[in-house]
Design a protein around this ligand. Sequence first.
Ligand SMILES: *Cc1c(COP(=O)(O)O)cnc(C)c1O
Length: 628
Amino acid sequence: MCWIPEYEVKGIPYDTPILGYKVNTANTMRLWRSEACESFDFNKFNVGDYYGAVDEKIVSENLTKVLYPNDEHLQGKELRLQQQYFFVSCSLQDMIRLHLAQSDSLDNFHEKFAAQLNDTHPAIAVAELMRLLLDEHNFDWERAWKITQNTLGYTNHTLLPEALEKWSVGLFGYLLPRHLELIYEINRRFLNQVRIIYPNNHQKLANLSLIDDSGEKYVRMAHLACVGSHEINGVAALHSKLLKETVLKDFYELFPEKFSNKTNGVTPRRWMVLSNPRLSKLITEKIGDRWINHLEELKQLEPLADNPEFRQQWQDTKLAIKQELADYTRQKTGIEVNPNSLFDVQVKRIHEYKRQHLNVLHIVTLYNRLKQNPRLDITPRTFFFGGKAAPGYYMAKLIIKLITSVGDIVNNDPDIGDRLKVVFLPDYNVTFGQRVYPAAELSEQISTAGKEASGTGNMKFSLNGALTIGTLDGANVEIREEVGAENFFLFGLTTAEVEAFKAEGYNPWDYYHANAELKAVIDLIASGFFSCGNANLFKPIVDNLVYEDPYLLLADYQLYIECQDRVGKAYQDPDNWTRMSILNVARMGKFSSDRSIQEYCEDIWDAKAVPIELEEYSQANAVLQVKN
Ligand SMILES: *Cc1c(COP(=O)(O)O)cnc(C)c1O
């Protein structure tokens, strides 16, 4: 049986060399653009259908025009599935072409190529690789399945149920009928195996099936990825543990040997050398430059944390970087910030689970305290926010409005002066990230425990000398283990406590009524004080918090405020703060993407290092050969 598609598009490759750091090698990053096979339909033109004549060109090229920007949520749009299929098919067909240029058989394809499913977005690769092997290369099912499983690995990136991709069988079958047929056959064979292991267990079959048929039928892409891959991993220790206990529990029981953890990392070349030249220079002056590609070498900074002269240099460096962000802030927003204030930063996608609005509750708490007692001695702080909301995410957009509205009042209140400033920096992206992470002193990593898979912003901040205020979530857990509990501001419910709260019937209303300071903050927002008297504007946020509070802001509020009070106090002792900052940087070696990628190479891809011949080495070797 062979698939004859209704329409075809051409994939145009675009190659970008990805250079190694100070080596003579480069990898190729190959991206794809779609193009029409025929750019002009003369038949349609000839019968007077002028729009129709260019229709195919427009439809084909729209396929790769926009990237779906949604974060941790899905829309189930037809164009999105077309896009996923297009990119997957281009890459797999290209890999097969490259393999067949070297070898006359695809039998050892999986020994030469590895494909990592980065979340479920490319999970259609399971069915597409099967289709290519079966229909285009005449493999039998067993051999095709072995190659497919051995080629693919699956990395899960979220536990949030609303983000787990599923496609209605109707849409799927309309767009990719052959793939749906293959998925049904994969499922039939898979469930036959399950039946042998769990006889007469209908619940197990329903839980594991690639098809959700509890109501309207859906293809579960995470299940397809699990069945079609030889390795499955999460992106931080806690996340990988929760995966095995929750969303992929039944798969873990079936094949525990497939599961592992690969804690994320960030590249020190971008997130230190490029973005923070001042701190990089100071570090290199003291310990040399080997840390740049052997991040564990930062350990050598540890003894310097007790050296007063070095601490002074560290502080001076930080102040200079903060001054740069202050200048940028004035230029972009007109807001004048005090470079000597504590730079308290939360930059990341705007999402309720990340709890930017918990940060706002703290700001309004400090504002109320200062209004009640204008002479109160508090640590001056500048709160920086940055981040995008997904286009259709109403609450996320309203949270941005809340931040800027609170800022408009706080920043212009003469009672406050420059003791509190609130800045929302627009258009947050990687380029802006490079300015902000180095200038931060406090990193806000305050997601509800169990919701953030790993986070990588947390690593960028700590690597640049910010201290973290955070929950036991994602990679925060491992960062705290590495830098030491005494150098990390921990607060909040644990994952287990969050689960217990939900199970026992959490009532945020009780927290609102029991805590006078919290009640005053929420009442002030609800009154319209920050919205020109409009009490309706923030009502959706207020109602959500006091009646539902799915992310337990009110349950964590008091713990967060007390922890922030400890942060404020700690900042009053610059020597000790700087000591903690140096120790954070010194102990971040684990969080290099070099370590992370090495683990994927060894445990999943079976990719061996290629020896690199540098000029220096070959000259040295030449000398050796002459001597021999
Ligand atoms: C690192 C980074 C992120 C991820 O931030 P988290 O705090 O881990 O959510 C998002 N956006 C940009 C631009 C980044 O640089």
